[in-house]
Design a protein around this ligand. Structure first.
Ligand SMILES: [Fe+2]
Ligand SMILES: [Fe+2]
Length: 203
Protein backbone atom coordinates (compact mmCIF):
# COMPACT_ATOMS: atom_id res chain seq x y z
CA UNK A 1 0.00 0.00 0.00
CA UNK A 2 1.34 3.44 -0.89
CA UNK A 3 1.58 6.14 1.72
CA UNK A 4 -1.24 8.61 2.21
CA UNK A 5 0.18 12.06 1.60
CA UNK A 6 -2.73 14.31 2.44
CA UNK A 7 -3.43 15.87 5.77
CA UNK A 8 -6.56 17.44 7.08
CA UNK A 9 -4.99 20.75 8.05
CA UNK A 10 -6.23 24.29 7.39
CA UNK A 11 -4.25 24.69 4.20
CA UNK A 12 -5.70 21.46 2.77
CA UNK A 13 -9.26 22.54 3.61
CA UNK A 14 -8.73 26.13 2.41
CA UNK A 15 -7.29 24.88 -0.88
CA UNK A 16 -10.17 22.48 -1.33
CA UNK A 17 -12.65 25.26 -0.60
CA UNK A 18 -11.06 27.41 -3.33
CA UNK A 19 -11.15 24.49 -5.81
CA UNK A 20 -14.66 23.30 -5.06
CA UNK A 21 -16.54 26.46 -4.12
CA UNK A 22 -18.88 26.74 -1.14
CA UNK A 23 -21.65 24.35 -2.21
CA UNK A 24 -19.48 21.52 -3.41
CA UNK A 25 -17.18 21.95 -0.43
CA UNK A 26 -20.21 21.42 1.83
CA UNK A 27 -21.25 18.38 -0.25
CA UNK A 28 -17.75 16.91 -0.02
CA UNK A 29 -17.66 17.55 3.72
CA UNK A 30 -20.94 15.63 3.99
CA UNK A 31 -19.61 12.71 1.92
CA UNK A 32 -16.38 12.65 3.97
CA UNK A 33 -18.26 12.64 7.27
CA UNK A 34 -20.75 9.95 6.24
CA UNK A 35 -17.99 7.79 4.74
CA UNK A 36 -15.86 8.10 7.89
CA UNK A 37 -18.81 7.27 10.17
CA UNK A 38 -19.86 4.24 8.11
CA UNK A 39 -16.31 2.98 7.51
CA UNK A 40 -16.17 0.43 10.37
CA UNK A 41 -19.42 -1.23 9.26
CA UNK A 42 -18.12 -1.41 5.68
CA UNK A 43 -14.72 -2.83 6.68
CA UNK A 44 -12.84 0.27 5.52
CA UNK A 45 -10.13 2.30 7.30
CA UNK A 46 -11.92 5.41 8.51
CA UNK A 47 -9.11 7.83 7.58
CA UNK A 48 -9.06 6.57 3.99
CA UNK A 49 -12.83 6.85 3.75
CA UNK A 50 -12.63 10.39 5.13
CA UNK A 51 -9.91 11.55 2.67
CA UNK A 52 -11.57 9.92 -0.31
CA UNK A 53 -14.86 11.57 0.60
CA UNK A 54 -13.24 15.00 0.76
CA UNK A 55 -11.51 14.54 -2.60
CA UNK A 56 -14.04 12.56 -4.65
CA UNK A 57 -15.37 15.61 -6.57
CA UNK A 58 -12.01 17.35 -6.97
CA UNK A 59 -12.56 17.89 -10.72
CA UNK A 60 -16.35 18.32 -10.62
CA UNK A 61 -16.29 22.08 -11.24
CA UNK A 62 -14.11 21.95 -14.33
CA UNK A 63 -15.75 22.86 -17.65
CA UNK A 64 -16.41 19.98 -20.02
CA UNK A 65 -13.80 21.21 -22.51
CA UNK A 66 -11.15 21.11 -19.77
CA UNK A 67 -12.20 17.64 -18.63
CA UNK A 68 -11.72 16.38 -22.17
CA UNK A 69 -8.40 18.20 -22.55
CA UNK A 70 -7.10 16.82 -19.25
CA UNK A 71 -8.27 13.30 -20.10
CA UNK A 72 -6.15 13.62 -23.25
CA UNK A 73 -3.18 15.00 -21.31
CA UNK A 74 -3.31 12.06 -18.89
CA UNK A 75 -3.82 9.57 -21.77
CA UNK A 76 -7.10 8.38 -20.29
CA UNK A 77 -9.02 6.36 -22.89
CA UNK A 78 -12.24 8.39 -23.28
CA UNK A 79 -15.13 6.20 -24.42
CA UNK A 80 -18.07 7.22 -26.60
CA UNK A 81 -20.38 8.05 -23.70
CA UNK A 82 -17.70 10.10 -21.96
CA UNK A 83 -17.07 11.94 -25.22
CA UNK A 84 -20.78 12.76 -25.37
CA UNK A 85 -21.15 13.56 -21.64
CA UNK A 86 -17.71 14.80 -20.49
CA UNK A 87 -19.01 15.34 -16.95
CA UNK A 88 -18.63 11.55 -16.59
CA UNK A 89 -14.87 12.19 -16.71
CA UNK A 90 -14.73 14.16 -13.45
CA UNK A 91 -13.89 11.03 -11.45
CA UNK A 92 -11.03 9.85 -13.66
CA UNK A 93 -9.65 13.36 -14.22
CA UNK A 94 -10.06 14.17 -10.52
CA UNK A 95 -7.98 11.13 -9.59
CA UNK A 96 -5.19 12.22 -11.95
CA UNK A 97 -5.28 15.79 -10.59
CA UNK A 98 -5.29 14.67 -6.96
CA UNK A 99 -2.21 12.59 -7.67
CA UNK A 100 -0.48 15.27 -9.76
CA UNK A 101 -1.08 17.95 -7.13
CA UNK A 102 0.43 15.75 -4.43
CA UNK A 103 -2.77 15.55 -2.39
CA UNK A 104 -2.68 11.76 -2.39
CA UNK A 105 -0.81 8.98 -4.10
CA UNK A 106 -2.78 6.26 -2.38
CA UNK A 107 -3.95 3.84 -5.08
CA UNK A 108 -7.13 2.87 -3.23
CA UNK A 109 -8.19 6.48 -2.71
CA UNK A 110 -7.44 7.39 -6.33
CA UNK A 111 -9.44 4.41 -7.58
CA UNK A 112 -12.41 5.29 -5.37
CA UNK A 113 -12.35 8.85 -6.74
CA UNK A 114 -12.29 7.52 -10.31
CA UNK A 115 -15.05 4.98 -9.76
CA UNK A 116 -17.51 7.13 -7.82
CA UNK A 117 -19.20 8.52 -10.94
CA UNK A 118 -20.40 5.34 -12.64
CA UNK A 119 -19.36 2.48 -10.41
CA UNK A 120 -17.47 -0.42 -11.97
CA UNK A 121 -17.21 -4.17 -11.91
CA UNK A 122 -15.00 -5.42 -9.06
CA UNK A 123 -15.34 -2.38 -6.78
CA UNK A 124 -13.41 -2.44 -3.51
CA UNK A 125 -15.16 -1.78 -0.20
CA UNK A 126 -13.79 1.79 -0.26
CA UNK A 127 -15.10 2.32 -3.82
CA UNK A 128 -18.53 1.06 -2.75
CA UNK A 129 -18.62 3.19 0.38
CA UNK A 130 -17.74 6.41 -1.46
CA UNK A 131 -20.27 5.63 -4.21
CA UNK A 132 -23.07 5.24 -1.65
CA UNK A 133 -21.91 8.07 0.67
CA UNK A 134 -22.06 10.41 -2.36
CA UNK A 135 -25.77 9.57 -2.69
CA UNK A 136 -26.75 9.84 0.98
CA UNK A 137 -24.76 12.75 2.41
CA UNK A 138 -26.94 15.05 4.52
CA UNK A 139 -27.53 17.54 1.69
CA UNK A 140 -29.16 14.91 -0.53
CA UNK A 141 -32.94 15.05 -0.67
CA UNK A 142 -34.89 12.73 -2.97
CA UNK A 143 -37.46 9.97 -2.68
CA UNK A 144 -35.90 6.86 -1.16
CA UNK A 145 -32.82 8.54 0.33
CA UNK A 146 -33.80 7.75 3.93
CA UNK A 147 -34.26 4.06 3.09
CA UNK A 148 -30.82 4.10 1.43
CA UNK A 149 -29.34 5.77 4.55
CA UNK A 150 -30.83 3.03 6.75
CA UNK A 151 -29.47 0.30 4.47
CA UNK A 152 -26.02 1.90 4.38
CA UNK A 153 -25.86 1.63 8.17
CA UNK A 154 -27.09 -1.95 8.35
CA UNK A 155 -26.53 -3.82 5.07
CA UNK A 156 -23.68 -2.44 2.90
CA UNK A 157 -24.16 -4.94 0.05
CA UNK A 158 -27.87 -4.21 -0.30
CA UNK A 159 -27.17 -0.48 0.03
CA UNK A 160 -24.85 -0.60 -2.99
CA UNK A 161 -27.35 -2.67 -4.99
CA UNK A 162 -30.13 -0.19 -4.21
CA UNK A 163 -27.86 2.79 -4.94
CA UNK A 164 -26.92 1.39 -8.37
CA UNK A 165 -30.54 0.52 -9.15
CA UNK A 166 -31.68 4.01 -8.13
CA UNK A 167 -28.96 5.66 -10.25
CA UNK A 168 -29.92 3.55 -13.28
CA UNK A 169 -33.64 4.26 -12.79
CA UNK A 170 -32.98 7.99 -12.40
CA UNK A 171 -30.91 8.12 -15.61
CA UNK A 172 -33.48 6.12 -17.56
CA UNK A 173 -36.35 8.32 -16.35
CA UNK A 174 -34.38 11.44 -17.32
CA UNK A 175 -33.78 10.05 -20.79
CA UNK A 176 -30.02 9.94 -20.19
CA UNK A 177 -27.76 7.07 -21.15
CA UNK A 178 -26.64 4.62 -18.50
CA UNK A 179 -22.93 3.93 -18.64
CA UNK A 180 -22.14 0.22 -19.19
CA UNK A 181 -19.82 0.38 -16.16
CA UNK A 182 -22.86 1.08 -13.96
CA UNK A 183 -24.88 -1.87 -15.26
CA UNK A 184 -21.76 -4.05 -15.00
CA UNK A 185 -21.28 -2.97 -11.37
CA UNK A 186 -24.87 -3.92 -10.57
CA UNK A 187 -24.63 -7.24 -12.40
CA UNK A 188 -21.42 -8.02 -10.52
CA UNK A 189 -22.97 -7.19 -7.17
CA UNK A 190 -26.02 -9.38 -7.86
CA UNK A 191 -23.88 -12.42 -8.69
CA UNK A 192 -23.29 -15.06 -6.02
CA UNK A 193 -19.96 -14.37 -4.27
CA UNK A 194 -18.33 -17.39 -5.94
CA UNK A 195 -18.83 -15.84 -9.41
CA UNK A 196 -17.87 -12.28 -8.62
CA UNK A 197 -14.96 -10.34 -10.11
CA UNK A 198 -12.31 -10.03 -7.39
CA UNK A 199 -12.09 -6.48 -6.03
CA UNK A 200 -9.24 -4.54 -7.54
CA UNK A 201 -7.78 -1.26 -6.36
CA UNK A 202 -6.36 -0.63 -9.79
CA UNK A 203 -7.59 -0.94 -13.31
FE1 LIG B 1 -19.02 13.32 -8.47
FE1 LIG C 1 -20.23 14.06 -5.17
Amino acid sequence: MLMITIFMDDSFLNGLHRTLGRERFAHSCGVATIARDLAPAWGVAHDKAHYAGWLHDYARNLPESELLALAGKFAYPVDLLEQRYPILLHGAVGAFLVQESGLSNDREILTAIRRHVTGECGMTSLDQLIFVADMIEPGRCYEGVDRLRDLAATDPKQALINALQMKIAYLEQSGASVHPRTTAALRDKLLPDSRKVAPSGES
